[in-house]
Each structure stands twice: as structure tokens, then as C-alpha cells.
Design a binder for this molecule. Structure first.
Ligand code: NIG
Ligand code: FE
Length: 396
């Protein structure tokens, strides 16, 4: 069993606030961290550090849990740069471009899709993301959804069946038939490769009845629930997600007081909400839309996660530091809240307790910053501050 000691840490963010010490981020100073077999084996004062086979010198930089990006759409072909340019010249975002990407994705080979997924996963890893959820949703046939998920599952255990992204063109005049396909043969082919099911619940995509039907059959097939909810306008998605016990409702840009109350009502022991609100500021940035109000959710006691929504249409960024900086500047989050939401919050949105935290037993997924404190992630936006990433204790 080989061991590795990370020391000369400027500030260690553990997200393990034992007895409230170190604030909500559980910050330790003069700390060191021992890794054994890909797991955190020990955290404590540097002067008490055990001997180890190898050493990683953090050089006075801050050490944080790796980012947990709980919402990304990496399986696609082509890009939609022209659509982005049109938006920046005044066109609105409607989600209609999803069908453009569906066409390109269906035409792509497995190896082309695989190369894109791996390129984006590696891009995210270089920016500190050590866990990434990956959705299907640009295939929308039985075979294309199944292969999208099989390819996603090669690089992540957090895979999500999003056959209900939009109704594809060939079903445009018979959406009920498409819902039947999603709940029947498509779910059967997708479920072996997926942990979660998701629906784009929005005007122009899937209404409340369709969303409930699809999420319920996904649950019956053993998948956990997440929802794209209230992105482009108010709607039933958030409350439906709460009703069905969703791990996360994502976007949450247009919320009523009843939506916020419903989320807050899922509070469980320990003060977190069973349904997390996952905010995706890259989408508002890239569609030039108003940002969700994280402060309102946090003040109501709702657990908030931050994720990239990486996709070729509404948010073509894989950068958690970028999203974190947006959340601080535009969504009334403090830097500490944003760091927590991008690490521990993402873990909660995926119902994971082995990532997003640095305590004995957790996965040794961590980032070393080229900066002395977590504050610099928002304070120095756009600067590549990720000096080194360890995943499962292995330097990348
Ligand atoms: O989360 N809202 C639905 N799905 C994606 C957008 C996909 C696209 O435009 O291609 C999202 O924003
Ligand atoms: Fe999305």
C-alpha cells in the first residue's frame, strides 16, 4: 500500500466542519493530508504528519476538494457557435437549437462521440473537476440514447438518461407517442448505463404530465430523479421534482415563493435539503439572461449546488472556477458559499458523501491552487489557478 503526503498547504478546505471549527468550509491551517489507496487516510496538523512513501508539496497554495460538476451534457457532435453569435446580436435563446445538435449527434460515429466526451472530461479535470455527471439527450432514438450513455459510462459513474430533452422532429405532431417510446424501449436500453433520469420540463419541451410520467417510470426502473426546471420561465418543474423526491432540481432561474417553500420543506436532519437547487450560471451568461437568485434560496435554507451545464448550446464551458466566479459576482453568493456549492453542494446533488469533502475515508480527489486561499477563485476570475489535481490520490 503506497502512501502520499500533501504538505506545505496554505489553507486546507475540508468541508468537514467538525464542531463548527473552521467555518462551513472546515478550513484548517498548518495542516497536512495523507492519502492511502486513493482515499484520504489522515488530516491533521503538519507537525504530526505521519511518514509517507511520497510527498506532494503544495507550495503554500490552498488545497480544496476537487469540484463536483453535477450537471453536464458532454455527449454530442458539432457546435453552435453561430447560434451564440446570433444571441449576442440580440436573438433570444429558446432551446430550439437542441434539434440541430441532435442531427449532428445521430450522424456521428461512436469514436467521434467518445473523443468529444474524453476531450471535455479532460478539459474539466485540468480545471479541477474530479467528478462530473454526464447526460445523454442529443440522440433521442433508442440506439442513440443507449450508445450516448454507454460512452458516458466509460468515463463517469454519474450518468443520466435525458431522452426527454426535447420531442424530436419526427415525433413533433405526436408527443404522447414519444413519451411512450421514452418510458418503454428507450428507458429499457438506457437504464443499464444510467444512474439517473432527467427531463427538460419547460414550455416547448415537456409539460407537467409528461414529466411526471417519465420520471415515475424512470424511478420504477431504479433510476434516481433530477429535473431541468424553471429555466426559461416559471413552471411546474421544481414542485414536481420535490414531489418525486428528486436529488436535484436544476436551473431554478424563475422561482415563485411556493417553489422556494417547496424546496425548503425538504430539509432533513443536519440542515440540508433532500432536494438540492443546482444553479447553472454559465447558461445565463451564454444566453444573456438574468441570473438565478442564490441568496433567496440560501436565506430560505435551501441547499445550493453550482454546476457548468456544459453543452454546445446554452453553456459551452467546462470551467467550475468560471461558474463559481459568476455566482459570487452575479448571484449574491459569498466566495465561501460558492466554493461549498461547487464541491460539497455538487456531491449532495448526486447524493454522494465520498466526494466534495476531505476527511478520512473520502476519495482523495483534490486540487492545489496557485493561490493562498479559496477566496482567489472568485477574486481572480479567468486566471488559471489550478496548479495540480489529484484524482483517487493520483496526480494528474
Ligand atoms: O440545460 N435546457 C435544456 N438543455 C440544455 C441546453 C441544451 C442545448 O441548448 O443544447 C440546458 O441548458
Ligand atoms: Fe442542462
Amino acid at each position: 500500500m503506497s502512501s502520499l503526503l500533501v504538505d506545505d498547504i496554505g489553507e486546507l478546505v475540508t468541508n468537514d466542519a467538525v464542531g463548527g471549527e473552521g467555518g462551513p468550509l472546515g478550513i484548517r491551517r498548518d495542516a497536512a493530508l495523507l492519502v492511502e489507496d486513493g482515499r484520504v487516510a489522515w488530516v491533521g496538523p503538519a507537525r504530526d504528519a505521519p511518514a509517507a512513501d511520497r510527498r506532494v508539496d503544495a507550495g503554500g497554495g490552498a488545497v480544496l476538494p476537487g469540484f463536483v460538476d453535477s450537471h453536464a451534457h458532454l455527449v454530442f457532435a458539432g457546435d453552435r457557435a453561430a447560434e451564440f453569435a446570433a444571441r449576442m446580436a440580440g436573438q433570444p435563446y429558446t432551446g430550439g437549437g437542441i434539434r440541430t445538435t441532435v442531427g449532428a449527434t445521430r450522424a456521428a460515429s461512436d469514436d467521434e462521440l467518445r473523443a468529444t466526451v474524453r476531450r471535455l472530461r479532460d478539459e474539466a479535470l485540468r480545471q479541477g473537476t474530479t467528478t462530473i455527471e454526464i447526460k445523454s439527450g442529443y440522440g433521442l432514438t433508442v440506439a442513440d440514447e443507449a450508445r450516448s450513455l454507454a460512452i458516458a459510462a466509460e468515463v463517469s459513474e454519474e450518468t443520466t438518461f435525458l431522452g426527454a430533452h426535447v420531442v424530436p422532429a419526427e415525433y413533433a405532431d405526436r408527443p404522447d407517442d414519444y413519451v411512450g417510446l421514452v418510458c418503454g424501449p428507450m428507458l429499457a436500453a438506457a437504464a443499464p448505463h444510467a444512474r439517473w433520469i432527467d427531463v427538460f420540463c419547460e414550455r416547448g419541451a415537456f409539460d407537467a404530465d409528461h414529466t411526471r410520467a417519465i420520471l415515475t417510470c424512470g424511478q420504477a426502473a431504479g433510476l434516481g430523479v433530477r429535473v431541468h426546471a424553471n429555466q426559461l420561465g416559471p413552471g411546474p418543474g421544481v414542485q414536481l421534482g420535490v414531489e418525486l423526491g428528486a436529488a436535484s432540481v436544476d436551473h431554478c432561474t424563475h422561482l415563485t415563493d411556493a417553489d422556494v417553500d417547496a424546496l425548503a420543506s425538504t430539509r432533513v436532519d443536519g440542515g440540508h435539503t433532500a432536494t438540492v437547487a443546482t444553479l447553472l450560471p454559465g447558461a445565463e451568461f451564454s444566453t444573456r439572461s438574468p441570473y438565478p437568485d442564490a441568496r433567496r434560496l440560501l436565506d430560505a435554507g435551501v441547499t445550493v449546488a453550482l454546476a457548468t451545464d456544459c453543452n454546445p448550446g446554452s453553456s459551452y464551458t467546462s470551467s467550475m472556477p468560471f461558474c463559481l466566479a459568476l455566482a459570487v459576482r452575479e448571484m449574491r453568493m459569498t466566495p465561501a458559499e460558492a466554493v461549498w456549492a461547487a464541491t460539497a453542494g455538487g456531491a449532495r446533488a448526486l447524493r454522494r458523501d465520498d466526494v466534495g469533502v476531505l476527511r478520512p475515508g473520502a476519495r482523495a480527489d483534490l486540487v492545489i491552487l496557485d493561490a493562498p486561499s479559496h477566496l482567489h477563485l472568485a477574486y481572480r476570475p479567468g486566471v488559471p489557478l489550478i496548479r495540480q489535481v489529484l484524482r483517487n490520490g493520483v496526480p494528474k
